[in-house]
Design a protein around this ligand. Structure first.
Ligand SMILES: Nc1nc2c([nH]c(=O)n2[C@@H]2O[C@H](COP(=O)(O)OP(=O)(O)OP(=O)(O)O)[C@@H](O)[C@H]2O)c(=O)[nH]1
Ligand SMILES: [Mg+2]
Length: 340
């Protein structure tokens, strides 16, 4: 609907002339698990792109009321708004946007394109085939990809106990694992990677090796680039289809990770963490300010665990990455150089 744009948050590092808009959008799922997309009609901004139905929050309106109103106006249905999925902060040269995505618990009526827009019910795995605005890319990732990424701790002296803890971690719901194993001899590291790969495969979890492109290519597991390697990578070190991620700490590294075609990145440290004593962390406001410049999925790292996933999602993160917060075993000495 055409109405004045509601102004929302305006974080301090932004020129005052850049308007901020709060948009609510819906994940509406049918009995077959398909998700409803609407195509922006000709003549409108971003015409032809597919989106989650919704629109701008009016001044004084709650997000829930705005979403119910928009879905009535655009689709002719009455809804019960459900749980938040995520809020994506996004900036363009002319404005900043908070895309606040909610699940719909129940609805009455049959969705129709009341404003002439085409509609499509899409299997989640096919969402990536639809051309969507940049702020929607993290939303699609949140619907499809894991909300937590384990970074492995050092193995101590007992490799069997380490592998048992890894197996317990993936059994506990971790389905993305970054195998980080610094200061361990090559043959031992390789044996542990093989053990980790067996456990991950059995549990359907994804595995990425930290910092060793040759080992990733030789074994077929994914590759995680530490920031120093990201900064010197000129092309994607593993083929598309083999997972690639990177550690990022600032806007420049995030832009590099996106340009290299990383499937996701890890950004932090967000909170203080035992592995970085004396460092306060960048905090959620800074996390958002960095997140709004790129659209690849980002895990927040640094002093976080499963209880922080909802908070992380409300700041535009895919979820959390952690050592301590996700490892189902004892964590010994803090490995240097990782904030988890
Ligand atoms: N509804 C919706 N808007 C989105 C999505 N992603 C995204 O970037 N946007 C942007 O959010 C803004 C608000 O969307 P809208 O055009 O639906 O707003 P509206 O229904 O109130 O209509 P209006 O154009 O009459 O003000 C648009 O600039 C749109 O490009 C999405 O998935 N759903
Ligand atoms: Mg709309």
């Amino acid at each position: 609907m055409t109405r004045p744009e509601a102004t929302g948050r305006t974080p301090g590092d932004d020129p005052p002339q850049r308007p901020s808009i709060h948009v609510v959008a819906a994940v509406i799922t049918d009995a077959r698990g398909r998700i409803l997309l609407a195509r922006r009609a000709p003549g409108r901004e971003l015409a032809g792109l597919w989106e989650f139905p919704g629109g701008k929050v009016d001044p004084g309106e709650t997000p829930e009321a705005a979403l119910a109103r928009e879905l009535h106006e655009e689709l002719g249905i009455e809804v019960e708004v459900g749980a938040p999925l995520m809020v994506v902060p996004h900036r363009t040269p002319s404005r900043r946007l908070h895309l606040d995505v909610r699940r719909i618990r129940a609805w009455r009526g049959t969705p129709k394109g009341c404003e002439g827009q085409a509609l499509a019910w899409v299997q989640p795995q096919r969402l990536a085939r639809y051309d969507m605005p940049a702020p929607d890319h993290p939303v699609v990732a949140a619907l499809l990809q894991p909300d937590r990424c384990l970074v492995t701790p050092a193995p101590g002296v007992d490799d069997g106990a380490w592998l048992d803890a890894l197996a317990a971690s993936v059994a506990n719901g971790v389905s993305r694992v970054q195998f980080r194993m610094h200061g361990v001899a090559d043959d031992r590291r390789r044996r542990l990677l093989e053990g980790a790969a067996r456990h991950c495969e059995a549990a359907g979890a994804q595995l990425l090796v930290n910092g060793d492109a040759a080992l990733a290519r030789a074994t077929g597991v994914g590759l995680h680039l530490p920031a120093a390697q990201l900064r010197v990578s000129e092309s994607r070190p593993v083929p598309v289809g083999q997972l690639l991620s990177a550690s990022c700490h600032d806007a420049e590294e995030l832009a590099l990770a996106e340009a290299l075609g990383c499937d996701f990145a890890i950004l932090g440290p967000v909170l203080a963490t035992p592995s970085h004593p004396g460092e306060p962390g960048i905090g959620w406001a800074r996390f958002e300010a960095l997140r709004e410049r790129v659209s690849l999925p980002l895990y927040a790292i640094g002093g976080l665990g499963v209880d922080d996933i909802a908070t992380a999602r409300s700041h535009g993160a895919q979820g959390v990455a952690a050592i301590r917060g996700l490892w189902a075993g004892a964590v010994g000495e803090s490995p240097a150089g990782v904030a988890a």
